[in-house]
Design a protein around this ligand. Structure first.
Ligand code: UGA
Length: 430
């Protein structure tokens, strides 16, 4: 099949590479000529394990083409995926401006015969129906189309594994022809096939992300109970998670969730709920607890540091990515700077992105150990493997005071105590 994917962010680029890997011809449309040039040369522009390799190999095979021109790509495509960003507006709604911009650009070039126009972007209820009516207004003579919602469930850091081994492939459409074409495209991939209507598909994506965010906030809420009693949140969640109806995933308490998805999607579902006259109290609490979880880490630093020099391990919103959108590190940095602390940070991949926000206000260490030199406290907010496996004797010898605030509970408190650290985790009685 010939596919066009509009957008080359995490979802767009990973899906494009996977569809090309499955033997399809894939056109990727972007706006920025410089970025397109880099992509065509095999630079994925983002750090994602395995992405550069799959990008380069499909460029070499000639399956993957990057362009800014709609005509060439759209007029030869059986399926057009829209995978552009839908960021939060100041009021929390998902901004679908770019979705409709690209719909306007692609419509004139829809080929004679049938095309599926499928949204992979996370969009509010009713968006795909609006896309359908926008296309209908300017549909070229002889062209036929159907819209479909094909939400994406990949996680950053595991995006290739997730896309190649999905739990489910959700196809929302009112058209059998569109469903059949999308089923054919995904045929080589494992996972359940869920064919539903447009509204259900749009809501499945928000419901999944918001339920995962709810699990995290629930674990963080329980961690507050633990800190005010003698309980330990990891022991509590390990036991709770053994119930198959609940399961242990996404019950790690800590420095709160970040990234480009959960914060935005919880806000958007609240906004959709307001529009529908629904009480969104549960989701409001999920957001509030998440903000408290981040605040909790900052308070632990301020309460325990014996001086004003802080070493910060981790800038990315989670390991195996260079993404710092809504990362806890940014809250820690902004609050500590406001309180007069100096910060030396280290992250294996994400420092460049934070330098764009704080070019000179904090220092960036070249490795994890040099970040510690003379620091009054070490705070960990991202659980990269290289932190989990750090040489703790070396850590202790480099810190001015052996005090650690561990926002991701990566070490064992009793072992840390034995080694002579003042060790403050999350949801642990101290
Ligand atoms: C999330 C979903 O997991 C994907 O299924 C979805 O496709 C994606 O959003 C999206 O909408 O595009 P992602 O944001 O990449 O994926 O990362 P997650 O692994 O879900 O982690 C999100 C945040 O939750 C991170 O900050 C992580 O540290 C935090 N988290 C996760 C916890 O604080 N506790 C946990 O137990 C799990």
């Amino acid at each position: 099949m010939t596919i066009t994917v509009i957008g080359h962010g995490y979802v767009g680029l990973v899906s494009s590479c996977v569809f090309a890997e499955l033997g399809n011809t894939v056109w990727v449309i972007g706006r920025n000529p410089e970025k397109l040039k880099k992509l065509s040369g095999g630079d994925p522009l983002i750090y994602e394990p395995g992405l550069e390799e799959i990008l380069k190999s499909n460029l070499k095979k000639g399956n993957l083409h990057f362009t800014s021109k709609y005509e060439e790509a759209i007029s030869s495509s059986d399926i057009v995926f829209i995978a552009v960003g839908t960021p939060s507006t100041p009021s929390g709604q998902a901004d679908t401006k770019t979705v409709f911009e690209v719909v306007g650009k692609l419509t004139p070039y829809l080929k004679q015969g049938f095309t599926v126009v499928s949204c992979k972007s996370t969009v509010p209820l009713g968006t795909n129906k609006k896309v359908e009516s926008e296309i209908n207004k300017k549909l070229p003579k002889g062209a036929d189309f159907a819209v479909a919602s094909c939400p994406e469930f990949l996680r950053e850091g595991f995006s290739l594994t997730d896309t190649l081994n999905p739990d489910r492939i959700v196809i929302g459409t009112e058209s059998k022809q569109a469903a059949d074409l999308l089923l054919k495209l995904h045929a080589p991939l494992p996972g359940h096939r869920i064919v539903v209507n447009l509204d259900s598909a749009e809501l499945i994506k928000y419901a999944a992300n918001c339920l995962l965010a709810t699990k995290i906030s629930f674990a963080n809420l329980i961690s507050f109970y633990c800190e005010r009693s003698g309980a330990d949140v990891e022991q509590v969640m390990n036991a709770v998670g053994l119930d198959k109806r609940i399961n242990r995933a996404f019950l790690d308490a800590g420095a709160g969730y970040g990234g480009a998805c959960f914060p935005k999607d919880v806000k958007a579902l609240i906004s959709i709920g307001h529009g529908l006259g629904i009480d969104t109290g549960l989701l409001n609490s999920v957001e509030e607890i998440n903000a408290s979880a981040k605040e909790n880490v900052v308070n632990k630093i301020i309460k325990n540091a014996k001086g004003k020099r802080i070493a910060l391990w981790g800038l990315a919103f989670k390991p195996n990515t260079d993404d710092v959108r809504s990362a806890t590190s940014l809250v820690v940095i902004s609050e500590l700077l406001a309180a007069g602390y100096s910060i030396t940070a280290y992250d294996p991949k994400a420092a460049t992105n934070v330098k764009g926000i704080y070019p000179t206000q904090i220092s960036y260490a070249k490795d994890k150990y040099s970040a510690l030199d003379g620091a009054d406290l070490l705070c960990v907010v991202t659980e990269w493997d290289e932190f989990v496996n750090a040489d703790l004797k070396k850590v202790k010898s480099l810190l001015k005071s052996p005090i650690i605030v561990d926002g991701r509970n990566i070490w064992d408190p009793s072992q840390m105590k034995e080694m002579g650290f003042t060790y403050i985790g999350v949801g642990k009685h101290t």
